[in-house]
Design a protein around this ligand. Sequence first.
Ligand SMILES: [Zn+2]
Length: 317
Amino acid sequence: MKYYIGIDLGGTNIAAGITDENGKIIAKYSAKTNAGKPFEELVADIAETGKKAVEAAGLKMSDISAVGMGTPSCINPQTNLLVHANNLNWQNVPLYAELKKHFSVPVYIQNDAACAALGEASNGAAADYDNAVMITLGTGVGSGIILNKHIFNGCDDMGAEVGHTKLVHNGQTCTCGQKGCFEAYASATALINQAKAAVEDNPGSIMNEMCGGDLSAMNAKIPFDAAKQGDSTAKSVVEKYIDYLAAGLSSVIALFRPQAVIIGGGISTEGDYLIKPLKQRLYDCTFSAEQIGIPEIVTAKLGNDAGIIGAAMLCKA
Ligand SMILES: [Zn+2]
């Protein structure tokens, strides 16, 4: 049996796990990401976290075949430079070369959202399918595209970003600086903004009470909870939000025709309350849905483990 180290590097945590070659997690270890540290020291922390996970699994480094890591950024495979990682203040750093100093086995690095998708496609919600697209509805809209059980990340691996496809021409400004991106309408942040605007227009909505009359306390759960209680303003916010989500996903389906679309992130915990109407909208707005149907729409299963498992499964590629 081969064993891999899978590392999910986030802005606040370094999560490492040891998996077997089937992606089964044997042990985990995590540490805080000290993003203020010099680059070399932070990479040393990352390597140390991986080695601690090896110890936690009762294994030795000589038992490990390879190391995979997901980072919130993109890597240029020509130069092996990490091009950009906003929340780590990294720009054009030699992440691969630095990490390699700590390990004698092969090292693989990929975008973290793509790793999460690979994890779900190998051992989670889309384990039965070869082709799947995952979107993560959180602060932004992360995405991972899996074709034939491998990550598709565009030419030179520079990123295929579903969240930054255009939903509305010259629409709302996105965090990326462009206008009208899917993310600007379908992220949790977007839902919160849509709910706030609705309450401003309809102060009688119970969403107002639910955030204690303070709109800065609005979160992405409130509109769903209020809609379940029959609040008409919340119902229309949720309906409109699902409509945006369906519009963006219909483009993804028309482009890739995946077997499954996996929905992850905080909003996915709404389960059927999100998925059922989303499927209905997708039937209405997707190309050829009447003739060939729509892909399976499933919620992510693995939570934070998806990133670890997907990073480890990079080692199998
Ligand atoms: Zn954007």
